[in-house]
Design a protein around this ligand. Structure first.
Ligand code: ADP
Ligand code: ZN
Ligand code: ZN
Length: 738
């Protein structure tokens, strides 16, 4: 009797065996509905075999195997296996959670007719195929030829009724020229009305980058496309995408922000009018996501643009992988399976033996380090692409001598005034939303804090609420200090809303637009905002990091940066790297076209190496500096880290658990006789309390990734045996937050 070995979405890292009446290896990768306890679950058939360790009276039978869509490919399954092993996360959870919700349901989705996309027709040479030359045991081939004979068209759903694998077979036949694939309206029409513009002539730096990658297009390499803001990295992507498309390949492009998709999508659509482009991100509803995913799997979609989850998209003809803004920490998933989409993208490129391009103006130090040691190829674009567009001039305003009441230095106010008089736009960057970060009692020093988190409540004046930016808790303003009863409680410090208030008092005639997560929460709101900016319907922008990423604002002449000093002295060893990247990005918004840009940074530390490097646009100096420090201190990228994160309702429970884990780690290292693993003592997380949970962690690091992995596998096995009903814990490999 055949046995199906099934991956299920349960927190146990094993496959589950089920009996079935009929199965073949070709069922591997298909969805199956099985009984699990009192429930029914959807799983993926991982293997088909004939033996099981489960006694016959305990063995249950699978309920149904679904043939409605193609099985997951061997490559994709290998990606899931790698991901499960590397991140020490149960395989079934990795697989099922990466699938579109609609095919995770035990009720198979009704596939809309528009997904039936392609029809197949025998060509002349297909009709001349000698059927007697095909072995009789190839029943699928015979059935398919029969079904197609006499000028019959088959769509993919009809084809799949013959066998789950006919679509794959048909595509092979298409390559051989036996059948013709006809795409209906989806392929021929991309609803695109943009006229074709002549391609811009590449700058010498762009050409060199394109040529280097193009020359090694059929092999795996990771290319670090390191180009200053405005150097035209997108054009480099476009040329290489065009090459991949002309070779009949699919392209995967990962970007950090859902806000960036419409912008890039329209650039791609304008360039590739005949190509099906899908974007996959969290803003889609379940049907849209399923649709995009299936189009990628069927090979109809040729360009897939998405945020991190898109790295798990089935792509049968993958020929090029691009990760834009590769330094962005949102490529790292921060709960559940804590994967790095950037690293998995490189894995996929390696798997498919194709190029991976990581693009950034400020590469992550991990990637930069790999470029320095020649693990990655370093491609540099040191100049802006648009003729006469120079990098902006960056100056610090020394705030040690000036303590303006408004929070804005005289020099900055002047500069804004100048911009207004010349009808140019300015942007004030402050990475803190709300009105003020603190509500303070001036009598006793009390501050409003969140009951559920170790954080202060942020003052939101517009809706008269105090809000926790970590758990979402909101409450009304107290009338007096809850501690001493004094009525003199006031907002302290500044957020975007307060800056907006100040600027409207200073410049009553200016059109001011605030951009943060409070003002842009609705879907598509960002697109409207972009139009407003491009049509010059706004004079002063105030924004958080939402504004810093990759947007192109041609009329922006001035960027003012407020309150960035805080990050200079953070306990997070990556804070400097992130601040530098962020400030480079915001500064890069200024002076992109005919307008010369100017950046003013308000700081009490104008001589700090970070600001010095920024003023000279010298990424390399700072990066090398930080790398040297990290090497001495033994931080990544010179070591590899894993974090055991634990949380529970009581501090003691967390501490006890982590101490036991610590002992286990020590004995594991001893058993392995491994001197290359460093085990740190448990400490509280930076946010020691979050949503009512007490949090702490235990750091492990090693100079060798392999040895760390070996250790983690052994340790993890033992951790799984610990009683942990009241503890939530997870291993975070290559953590970026502490
Ligand atoms: P980056 O992503 O590197 O910051 P972009 O790709 O946004 O830069 O390009 C910046 C600007 O330069 C865009 O307006 C783009 O249209 C323009 N551009 C890119 N390449 C060229 C080129 N070869 N010639 C002229 N303009 C170009
Ligand atoms: Zn008080
Ligand atoms: Zn909170």
């Amino acid at each position: 009797m055949p046995i199906l070995r099934v991956a299920l979405n349960v927190p146990i890292d094993t496959l589950f065996d089920y009996a079935t009446t009929e199965a073949s290896p070709s069922d591997i990768g298909l969805r199956v509905c099985v009984p699990f306890g009192a429930r029914k679950l959807i799983g993926i058939i991982w293997d088909v075999c004939t033996e099981t360790a489960i006694p016959a009276d305990k063995l249950k039978s699978a309920i149904a195997v679904f043939h409605d869509i193609q099985p997951l490919s061997a490559d994709l399954m290998a990606l899931f296996s790698f991901c499960s092993k590397y991140y020490h996360h149960p395989l079934g959870m990795v697989v099922i959670n990466s699938l579109p919700a609609k095919i995770r349901s035990i009720k198979p989705p009704t596939l809309k007719s528009e997904i039936q996309d392609v029809v197949y027709l025998l060509t002349e040479s297909g009709r001349q195929v000698d059927r007697s030359s095909i072995p009789a045991r190839n029943t699928v081939m015979h059935k398919l030829l029969e079904a197609l004979s006499g000028n019959t068209q088959l769509d993919s759903q009809q084809a799949r009724k013959i066998s789950a694998h006919t679509v794959k077979l048909l595509r092979q036949w298409a390559e051989k020229g036996w059948v013709e694939e006809k795409h209906d309206e989806i392929l021929s029409d991309t609803n695109d009305s943009t006229r074709k513009l002549p391609l811009p002539e590449l700058t010498p730096e762009q050409s060199a980058a394109v040529n280097s990658v193009a020359m090694q297009f059929d092999q795996f390499n990771t290319w670090l496309l390191h180009g200053v803001t405005g150097s035209g990295k997108t054009e480099v992507y476009l040329r290489l995408i065009a090459k991949a498309l002309s070779e009949n390949k699919q392209v995967l492009i990962l970007i950090p922000e859902i806000n960036l998709t419409p912008q890039l999508e329209s650039v791609f659509r304008a360039r590739f009018t005949k190509t099906v482009i899908v974007s996959l991100h969290s803003g889609l509803n379940n049907t849209e996501r399923l649709h995009g995913w299936l189009q990628a799997q069927n090979g109809i979609a040729r360009v897939i643009l998405g945020t991190r989850l898109a790295v798990f998209t089935p792509l049968p003809d993958l020929g090029l992988v691009i990760v834009d803004e590769e330094h962005d920490s949102s490529f790292k998933q921060q709960d559940g399976l804590r994967y790095s989409a950037r690293d998995l993208a490189v894995f996929r490129a390696k798997q498919a033996q194709i190029p991976a391009i990581l693009g950034s103006a400020t590469p992550s130090l991990e990637s930069y380090h790999k470029a320095l040691i020649s693990r990655y190829h370093h491609l540099r674009l040191n100049h802006r692409a648009v003729k006469n567009a120079a990098l902006p001039r960056i100056d610090c305003i020394d705030m040690r001598s000036e303590k303006p009441k408004t929070g804005l230095a005289g020099q900055l106010i002047h500069a804004i005034k100048d911009c207004l008089s010349q009808q140019q736009q300015s942007l004030i960057f402050i990475n803190r939303r709300g009105y003020a970060p603190v509500l303070l009692c001036y009598a006793c020093g009390w501050t409003a804090t969140c009951r559920r988190c170790s954080s202060r409540l942020v003052v939101h004046l517009q809706d008269k609420k105090l809000s926790c930016h970590h758990c979402g808790h909101r409450e009304g303003f107290p009338y007096a200090c809850p501690q001493c009863g004094d009525p003199d409680i006031k907002p302290f410090g500044r957020g975007t809303q307060r800056v907006e208030e100040t600027l409207s008092e200073l410049f009553p005639a200016a059109r001011i637009l605030r951009i943060d997560r409070d003002s842009i929460s609705r879907k598509n709101a960002w697109q409207k905002v972009r139009q407003t900016i491009h049509r010059r319907e706004v004079d002063i922008l105030i924004g958080t990091q939402l504004l810093a990423k990759g947007h192109d604002f041609p009329n922006l002449a001035l960027v003012g940066i407020l309150d960035s000093d805080l990050s200079l002295f953070s306990t997070d060893f990556r804070a400097g790297e992130h601040l530098f990247a962020q400030l480079m990005q915001v500064s890069g918004r200024a002076g992109r076209a005919e307008v010369t840009g100017r950046v003013l940074i308000q700081t009490e530390y104008p001589n700090h190496p970070l600001y010095q490097a920024l003023q000279q646009h010298n990424y390399d100096a700072l990066a090398k500096n930080i790398l040297a420090e990290r090497k001495i201190a033994g931080f990544p990228p010179y070591v590899f880290q894993a974090l055991l994160r634990a949380e529970a309702h009581s501090v003691n429970m967390v501490t006890d658990f982590l101490h036991t884990a610590h002992e286990l780690a020590c004995s594991t290292v001893e058993d392995m006789k491994n001197k290359n693993i460093e085990i740190f003592d448990p400490v509280s997380a930076t946010m020691a309390r979050l949503k009512g949970m007490e949090r702490a962690h235990l750091l492990i690091q090693s100079g060798s990734r392999q040895e760390l992995q070996l250790f983690l596998t052994n340790w993890h096995r033992q951790l799984n045996l610990l009683p942990s009903s009241k503890i939530r814990w997870i291993l975070d490999v290559d953590p970026v937050e502490f």
